[in-house]
Design a binder for this molecule. Sequence first.
Ligand SMILES: *Cc1c(COP(=O)(O)O)cnc(C)c1O
Length: 388
Amino acid sequence: MKSANASERRQGIETVCVHAGVEPEPTTGAIMTPIFQTSTYVQSAPGEHKGYDYSRGGNPTRTALELALAALERAKHGISFASGLAAVHAIAQLLNPGDHVLVCDDVYGGTGRLFRRLFAKYGIDFEFVDMRRPADLKSQFRPATKLVWIETPTNPLLRIVDIRAVADLARAHGALTVVDNTFASPIFQQPLELGADIVLHSTTKYIGGHSDLVGGALMTSDNELAEQLRFIQFAGGAVNAPQECFILLRSIKTLALRMQRHHENACLVSDALSKQTAFSEVIFPGLESHPQYALARAQMSGYAGMVSVRLKGNFDDVKRFVSRLQVFSLAESLGGVESLVNHPETMTHASVPPEHRKRIGIDSSLLRFSVGIESAQDLIDDVVQALG
Ligand SMILES: *Cc1c(COP(=O)(O)O)cnc(C)c1O
Protein backbone atom coordinates (compact mmCIF):
# COMPACT_ATOMS: atom_id res chain seq x y z
CA MET A 1 0.00 0.00 0.00
CA LYS A 2 1.25 3.45 -0.90
CA SER A 3 1.82 5.59 2.15
CA ALA A 4 0.05 8.92 2.27
CA ASN A 5 3.44 10.57 2.65
CA ALA A 6 4.78 9.17 -0.60
CA SER A 7 1.88 10.59 -2.59
CA GLU A 8 2.17 13.95 -0.81
CA ARG A 9 5.90 14.28 -1.42
CA ARG A 10 6.28 16.92 -4.08
CA GLN A 11 8.28 16.27 -7.22
CA GLY A 12 11.91 17.29 -7.42
CA ILE A 13 12.55 20.44 -9.44
CA GLU A 14 14.45 18.44 -12.12
CA THR A 15 11.29 16.37 -12.77
CA VAL A 16 9.16 19.52 -12.79
CA CYS A 17 11.47 21.03 -15.41
CA VAL A 18 11.12 18.06 -17.75
CA HIS A 19 7.39 17.38 -17.37
CA ALA A 20 5.50 20.42 -16.09
CA GLY A 21 2.83 21.82 -18.36
CA VAL A 22 3.33 19.25 -21.09
CA GLU A 23 0.59 16.70 -21.86
CA PRO A 24 0.58 14.56 -25.02
CA GLU A 25 -1.38 16.43 -27.70
CA PRO A 26 -4.87 14.82 -27.66
CA THR A 27 -5.53 14.32 -31.41
CA THR A 28 -2.15 12.82 -32.41
CA GLY A 29 -0.36 11.91 -29.18
CA ALA A 30 2.58 14.20 -30.10
CA ILE A 31 4.74 14.24 -26.97
CA MET A 32 5.77 17.87 -27.50
CA THR A 33 3.27 20.72 -27.35
CA PRO A 34 2.71 21.95 -30.92
CA ILE A 35 3.21 25.59 -31.91
CA PHE A 36 -0.40 26.73 -32.27
CA GLN A 37 0.36 29.42 -34.83
CA THR A 38 -3.14 30.89 -34.90
CA SER A 39 -4.75 34.18 -33.96
CA THR A 40 -8.35 32.97 -33.75
CA TYR A 41 -10.45 29.85 -33.10
CA VAL A 42 -13.61 28.66 -34.85
CA GLN A 43 -16.70 28.69 -32.64
CA SER A 44 -19.48 26.09 -32.93
CA ALA A 45 -22.16 28.67 -32.10
CA PRO A 46 -21.91 32.33 -31.04
CA GLY A 47 -19.95 32.39 -27.79
CA GLU A 48 -19.41 28.61 -27.77
CA HIS A 49 -15.74 27.65 -28.04
CA LYS A 50 -13.22 25.21 -26.62
CA GLY A 51 -11.67 27.65 -24.14
CA TYR A 52 -9.84 29.82 -26.67
CA ASP A 53 -11.38 32.66 -28.66
CA TYR A 54 -8.47 34.98 -29.61
CA SER A 55 -4.73 34.53 -29.07
CA ARG A 56 -4.17 37.77 -27.14
CA GLY A 57 -6.43 36.24 -24.50
CA GLY A 58 -5.06 32.72 -24.73
CA ASN A 59 -3.16 30.27 -26.91
CA PRO A 60 -2.60 26.55 -26.16
CA THR A 61 1.20 26.78 -26.55
CA ARG A 62 1.23 29.70 -24.11
CA THR A 63 -1.05 27.80 -21.72
CA ALA A 64 1.43 24.90 -21.60
CA LEU A 65 4.26 27.36 -20.94
CA GLU A 66 2.29 29.13 -18.19
CA LEU A 67 1.61 25.83 -16.42
CA ALA A 68 5.33 25.04 -16.56
CA LEU A 69 6.30 28.51 -15.30
CA ALA A 70 3.86 28.25 -12.39
CA ALA A 71 5.21 24.80 -11.49
CA LEU A 72 8.81 26.08 -11.45
CA GLU A 73 7.99 28.54 -8.66
CA ARG A 74 5.52 26.11 -7.01
CA ALA A 75 2.85 28.77 -7.72
CA LYS A 76 -0.84 28.42 -8.55
CA HIS A 77 -0.59 30.81 -11.50
CA GLY A 78 1.97 31.65 -14.17
CA ILE A 79 1.55 34.44 -16.73
CA SER A 80 3.89 34.67 -19.67
CA PHE A 81 4.79 38.09 -21.12
CA ALA A 82 6.45 39.50 -24.24
CA SER A 83 9.48 40.60 -22.18
CA GLY A 84 10.66 40.91 -18.61
CA LEU A 85 9.86 44.61 -18.69
CA ALA A 86 6.34 43.92 -19.98
CA ALA A 87 5.92 41.86 -16.78
CA VAL A 88 7.33 44.73 -14.67
CA HIS A 89 4.96 47.08 -16.51
CA ALA A 90 1.94 44.88 -15.68
CA ILE A 91 2.74 45.03 -11.96
CA ALA A 92 3.21 48.82 -12.11
CA GLN A 93 -0.28 49.02 -13.62
CA LEU A 94 -1.72 47.60 -10.39
CA LEU A 95 -0.78 50.93 -8.76
CA ASN A 96 -2.82 54.13 -8.42
CA PRO A 97 -1.86 57.82 -8.26
CA GLY A 98 -0.65 58.66 -4.74
CA ASP A 99 0.74 55.20 -4.07
CA HIS A 100 4.23 54.86 -2.63
CA VAL A 101 6.62 52.07 -3.65
CA LEU A 102 9.84 50.98 -1.96
CA VAL A 103 12.34 49.72 -4.54
CA CYS A 104 15.74 48.22 -3.74
CA ASP A 105 18.32 50.75 -4.88
CA ASP A 106 20.48 48.35 -6.90
CA VAL A 107 17.55 47.38 -9.16
CA TYR A 108 17.78 46.31 -12.84
CA GLY A 109 18.40 49.45 -14.92
CA GLY A 110 15.32 49.01 -17.11
CA THR A 111 13.05 48.55 -14.09
CA GLY A 112 14.36 51.80 -12.57
CA ARG A 113 13.92 53.57 -15.92
CA LEU A 114 10.30 52.40 -16.26
CA PHE A 115 9.49 53.58 -12.73
CA ARG A 116 11.37 56.91 -12.94
CA ARG A 117 10.62 57.96 -16.49
CA LEU A 118 7.22 56.45 -17.24
CA PHE A 119 5.26 55.80 -14.05
CA ALA A 120 6.46 58.68 -11.84
CA LYS A 121 4.43 61.05 -14.06
CA TYR A 122 1.22 59.31 -12.93
CA GLY A 123 1.84 60.56 -9.39
CA ILE A 124 3.29 57.30 -8.07
CA ASP A 125 6.17 57.84 -5.67
CA PHE A 126 9.03 55.37 -6.18
CA GLU A 127 11.63 55.48 -3.45
CA PHE A 128 14.93 53.68 -4.05
CA VAL A 129 16.38 52.35 -0.79
CA ASP A 130 19.13 50.06 0.45
CA MET A 131 17.31 46.93 1.65
CA ARG A 132 20.28 45.11 3.14
CA ARG A 133 19.23 45.97 6.70
CA PRO A 134 15.50 45.21 7.06
CA ALA A 135 15.49 46.83 10.53
CA ASP A 136 16.35 50.18 8.91
CA LEU A 137 13.62 49.68 6.32
CA LYS A 138 10.83 49.77 8.90
CA SER A 139 10.81 53.56 9.17
CA GLN A 140 10.52 53.94 5.37
CA PHE A 141 6.98 52.56 5.22
CA ARG A 142 4.14 55.08 4.91
CA PRO A 143 0.37 54.59 4.94
CA ALA A 144 0.52 54.94 1.13
CA THR A 145 3.13 52.20 0.68
CA LYS A 146 1.47 49.59 -1.55
CA LEU A 147 4.40 47.68 -2.99
CA VAL A 148 7.91 46.59 -2.06
CA TRP A 149 10.18 45.68 -4.96
CA ILE A 150 13.04 43.32 -4.20
CA GLU A 151 15.76 42.09 -6.47
CA THR A 152 18.16 39.53 -5.00
CA PRO A 153 20.93 38.93 -5.84
CA THR A 154 20.96 42.49 -7.18
CA ASN A 155 22.31 43.56 -10.52
CA PRO A 156 25.22 44.18 -10.93
CA LEU A 157 26.53 44.34 -7.33
CA LEU A 158 25.11 40.95 -6.29
CA ARG A 159 23.86 42.21 -2.94
CA ILE A 160 21.45 39.97 -1.06
CA VAL A 161 18.11 41.07 0.37
CA ASP A 162 16.49 38.98 3.12
CA ILE A 163 13.24 38.10 1.35
CA ARG A 164 11.47 36.68 4.39
CA ALA A 165 12.31 39.65 6.63
CA VAL A 166 11.27 42.25 4.05
CA ALA A 167 8.11 40.37 3.02
CA ASP A 168 7.08 40.12 6.71
CA LEU A 169 7.54 43.89 7.09
CA ALA A 170 5.58 44.57 3.90
CA ARG A 171 2.70 42.35 4.97
CA ALA A 172 2.55 44.04 8.38
CA HIS A 173 2.18 47.37 6.54
CA GLY A 174 -0.42 46.09 4.07
CA ALA A 175 1.96 46.19 1.08
CA LEU A 176 2.61 43.53 -1.53
CA THR A 177 6.08 42.09 -2.06
CA VAL A 178 7.44 41.47 -5.55
CA VAL A 179 10.71 39.58 -6.03
CA ASP A 180 12.56 39.79 -9.32
CA ASN A 181 14.07 36.29 -9.23
CA THR A 182 15.84 36.50 -12.61
CA PHE A 183 19.40 36.21 -11.24
CA ALA A 184 18.83 33.22 -8.93
CA SER A 185 16.37 31.35 -11.22
CA PRO A 186 13.60 29.19 -9.72
CA ILE A 187 16.14 26.40 -9.31
CA PHE A 188 18.08 28.17 -6.56
CA GLN A 189 15.57 30.49 -4.89
CA GLN A 190 11.84 30.19 -4.26
CA PRO A 191 10.56 33.60 -3.08
CA LEU A 192 6.89 32.60 -2.75
CA GLU A 193 7.88 30.11 -0.06
CA LEU A 194 9.71 32.94 1.72
CA GLY A 195 6.57 35.08 1.80
CA ALA A 196 6.64 37.06 -1.47
CA ASP A 197 3.32 37.70 -3.23
CA ILE A 198 4.56 37.84 -6.84
CA VAL A 199 7.72 36.49 -8.48
CA LEU A 200 9.02 38.03 -11.69
CA HIS A 201 11.42 36.62 -14.26
CA SER A 202 12.99 37.95 -17.37
CA THR A 203 12.76 34.61 -19.21
CA THR A 204 15.22 36.15 -21.67
CA LYS A 205 17.91 35.14 -19.16
CA TYR A 206 18.34 31.78 -17.39
CA ILE A 207 14.90 30.32 -18.13
CA GLY A 208 15.38 30.87 -21.88
CA GLY A 209 19.06 30.23 -21.42
CA HIS A 210 20.26 30.37 -25.04
CA SER A 211 20.22 34.10 -25.86
CA ASP A 212 17.67 33.50 -28.62
CA LEU A 213 14.50 35.16 -27.34
CA VAL A 214 13.05 37.93 -25.19
CA GLY A 215 10.33 37.09 -22.66
CA GLY A 216 9.03 37.60 -19.15
CA ALA A 217 6.90 35.87 -16.54
CA LEU A 218 4.92 36.49 -13.36
CA MET A 219 4.07 33.79 -10.86
CA THR A 220 1.70 34.09 -7.91
CA SER A 221 -0.49 31.88 -5.75
CA ASP A 222 -2.95 34.72 -5.05
CA ASN A 223 -6.08 34.13 -7.17
CA GLU A 224 -7.22 37.74 -7.09
CA LEU A 225 -3.83 39.14 -8.06
CA ALA A 226 -3.54 36.60 -10.87
CA GLU A 227 -6.92 37.66 -12.21
CA GLN A 228 -5.96 41.36 -12.14
CA LEU A 229 -2.63 40.70 -13.83
CA ARG A 230 -4.26 38.55 -16.51
CA PHE A 231 -6.76 41.31 -17.18
CA ILE A 232 -3.94 43.88 -17.47
CA GLN A 233 -2.17 41.61 -19.94
CA PHE A 234 -5.31 40.94 -21.97
CA ALA A 235 -6.23 44.65 -22.04
CA GLY A 236 -2.68 45.80 -22.78
CA GLY A 237 -1.64 42.98 -25.09
CA ALA A 238 1.94 42.25 -23.97
CA VAL A 239 1.82 38.53 -24.82
CA ASN A 240 4.57 36.45 -26.37
CA ALA A 241 4.13 34.64 -29.67
CA PRO A 242 3.48 30.86 -29.86
CA GLN A 243 6.93 30.21 -31.35
CA GLU A 244 8.62 31.94 -28.40
CA CYS A 245 6.46 29.96 -25.98
CA PHE A 246 7.57 26.73 -27.65
CA ILE A 247 11.26 27.64 -27.43
CA LEU A 248 10.82 28.49 -23.75
CA LEU A 249 9.08 25.16 -23.09
CA ARG A 250 12.06 23.42 -24.64
CA SER A 251 14.51 25.53 -22.60
CA ILE A 252 12.77 24.73 -19.32
CA LYS A 253 13.47 21.02 -19.76
CA THR A 254 17.20 21.61 -19.23
CA LEU A 255 16.92 24.49 -16.74
CA ALA A 256 17.95 22.48 -13.65
CA LEU A 257 20.90 20.90 -15.50
CA ARG A 258 22.09 24.22 -16.90
CA MET A 259 21.78 26.03 -13.56
CA GLN A 260 23.82 23.39 -11.79
CA ARG A 261 26.61 23.89 -14.32
CA HIS A 262 26.38 27.72 -14.21
CA HIS A 263 26.67 27.46 -10.42
CA GLU A 264 29.65 25.08 -10.48
CA ASN A 265 31.49 27.13 -13.09
CA ALA A 266 30.85 30.41 -11.27
CA CYS A 267 32.16 28.91 -8.02
CA LEU A 268 35.37 27.83 -9.79
CA VAL A 269 35.78 31.05 -11.77
CA SER A 270 35.12 33.36 -8.79
CA ASP A 271 37.58 31.38 -6.72
CA ALA A 272 40.28 31.64 -9.41
CA LEU A 273 39.62 35.35 -9.98
CA SER A 274 39.95 36.02 -6.23
CA LYS A 275 43.57 34.91 -6.50
CA GLN A 276 44.35 37.45 -9.26
CA THR A 277 45.91 40.62 -7.87
CA ALA A 278 44.64 42.62 -10.87
CA PHE A 279 41.15 42.63 -9.32
CA SER A 280 40.61 44.74 -6.22
CA GLU A 281 37.32 42.97 -5.53
CA VAL A 282 35.53 39.81 -6.69
CA ILE A 283 31.82 39.75 -5.87
CA PHE A 284 29.97 36.42 -5.81
CA PRO A 285 27.40 35.36 -3.20
CA GLY A 286 29.06 31.94 -2.93
CA LEU A 287 32.40 33.38 -1.79
CA GLU A 288 32.96 33.48 1.96
CA SER A 289 34.36 36.98 1.44
CA HIS A 290 30.88 38.18 0.36
CA PRO A 291 29.55 40.32 3.26
CA GLN A 292 26.21 38.51 3.09
CA TYR A 293 27.48 35.00 2.47
CA ALA A 294 25.53 33.55 5.43
CA LEU A 295 22.24 35.06 4.24
CA ALA A 296 22.84 33.86 0.66
CA ARG A 297 23.55 30.36 1.97
CA ALA A 298 20.37 30.34 4.02
CA GLN A 299 18.11 31.75 1.34
CA MET A 300 19.49 30.16 -1.84
CA SER A 301 20.32 26.56 -2.69
CA GLY A 302 22.89 27.61 -5.31
CA TYR A 303 24.45 30.88 -6.49
CA ALA A 304 23.84 30.81 -10.27
CA GLY A 305 26.41 32.22 -12.70
CA MET A 306 26.83 35.95 -12.12
CA VAL A 307 30.21 37.22 -10.90
CA SER A 308 31.21 40.91 -10.69
CA VAL A 309 34.74 42.28 -10.32
CA ARG A 310 36.56 45.56 -9.95
CA LEU A 311 39.64 45.82 -12.11
CA LYS A 312 42.51 47.93 -10.82
CA GLY A 313 43.54 50.76 -13.14
CA ASN A 314 41.56 53.17 -15.29
CA PHE A 315 38.89 52.86 -18.00
CA ASP A 316 41.59 52.25 -20.66
CA ASP A 317 42.76 49.22 -18.67
CA VAL A 318 39.17 47.97 -18.54
CA LYS A 319 38.79 48.43 -22.31
CA ARG A 320 42.09 46.64 -22.98
CA PHE A 321 41.09 43.73 -20.72
CA VAL A 322 37.67 43.15 -22.32
CA SER A 323 39.08 43.48 -25.84
CA ARG A 324 41.55 40.67 -25.12
CA LEU A 325 38.90 38.21 -23.87
CA GLN A 326 38.24 35.47 -26.40
CA VAL A 327 35.77 33.03 -24.81
CA PHE A 328 33.79 35.75 -23.02
CA SER A 329 31.89 38.01 -25.43
CA LEU A 330 31.33 41.69 -24.63
CA ALA A 331 27.53 41.99 -24.59
CA GLU A 332 24.57 43.00 -22.47
CA SER A 333 22.21 40.36 -21.09
CA LEU A 334 23.07 37.23 -19.14
CA GLY A 335 22.01 33.70 -18.33
CA GLY A 336 22.79 32.08 -21.68
CA VAL A 337 24.93 28.97 -22.15
CA GLU A 338 27.75 31.18 -23.50
CA SER A 339 29.84 33.39 -21.23
CA LEU A 340 29.45 37.17 -21.48
CA VAL A 341 31.14 40.18 -19.96
CA ASN A 342 29.37 43.51 -19.46
CA HIS A 343 30.56 46.94 -18.38
CA PRO A 344 27.55 48.21 -16.38
CA GLU A 345 28.51 51.90 -16.32
CA THR A 346 28.54 52.28 -20.12
CA MET A 347 26.20 49.41 -21.07
CA THR A 348 23.36 47.94 -18.96
CA HIS A 349 23.32 50.73 -16.37
CA ALA A 350 24.02 53.75 -18.60
CA SER A 351 20.43 54.96 -18.00
CA VAL A 352 20.86 55.01 -14.21
CA PRO A 353 21.38 58.64 -13.06
CA PRO A 354 25.17 59.16 -12.56
CA GLU A 355 24.85 60.37 -8.95
CA HIS A 356 22.77 57.27 -8.11
CA ARG A 357 25.38 55.04 -9.81
CA LYS A 358 28.09 56.67 -7.77
CA ARG A 359 26.18 56.32 -4.50
CA ILE A 360 25.62 52.57 -4.87
CA GLY A 361 29.09 51.82 -6.24
CA ILE A 362 28.80 51.33 -10.01
CA ASP A 363 31.95 52.95 -11.41
CA SER A 364 34.16 52.47 -14.45
CA SER A 365 36.19 49.71 -12.74
CA LEU A 366 33.20 47.40 -12.39
CA LEU A 367 32.71 44.45 -14.77
CA ARG A 368 29.97 41.83 -14.63
CA PHE A 369 30.55 38.32 -15.93
CA SER A 370 27.75 35.96 -16.90
CA VAL A 371 29.52 32.63 -16.49
CA GLY A 372 28.27 30.13 -19.06
CA ILE A 373 28.42 26.34 -19.22
CA GLU A 374 31.73 25.98 -21.10
CA SER A 375 34.77 24.31 -19.53
CA ALA A 376 35.54 26.26 -16.34
CA GLN A 377 39.27 25.94 -17.02
CA ASP A 378 38.87 27.57 -20.45
CA LEU A 379 37.03 30.48 -18.81
CA ILE A 380 39.68 30.91 -16.14
CA ASP A 381 42.49 30.68 -18.72
CA ASP A 382 40.72 33.30 -20.84
CA VAL A 383 40.61 35.81 -17.98
CA VAL A 384 44.22 35.14 -17.02
CA GLN A 385 45.51 35.59 -20.59
CA ALA A 386 43.46 38.79 -21.01
CA LEU A 387 45.04 40.24 -17.87
CA GLY A 388 48.32 39.78 -19.73
C1 LIG B 1 16.86 41.59 -18.17
C2 LIG B 1 16.21 41.83 -16.86
C3 LIG B 1 14.94 42.41 -16.78
C4 LIG B 1 14.18 42.89 -18.01
O1 LIG B 1 13.83 41.83 -18.85
P1 LIG B 1 13.72 41.96 -20.46
O2 LIG B 1 13.39 40.56 -20.83
O3 LIG B 1 15.02 42.44 -20.96
O4 LIG B 1 12.62 42.92 -20.73
C5 LIG B 1 14.39 42.58 -15.52
N1 LIG B 1 15.05 42.20 -14.41
C6 LIG B 1 16.28 41.66 -14.46
C7 LIG B 1 16.97 41.29 -13.19
C8 LIG B 1 16.91 41.46 -15.68
O5 LIG B 1 18.13 40.94 -15.70
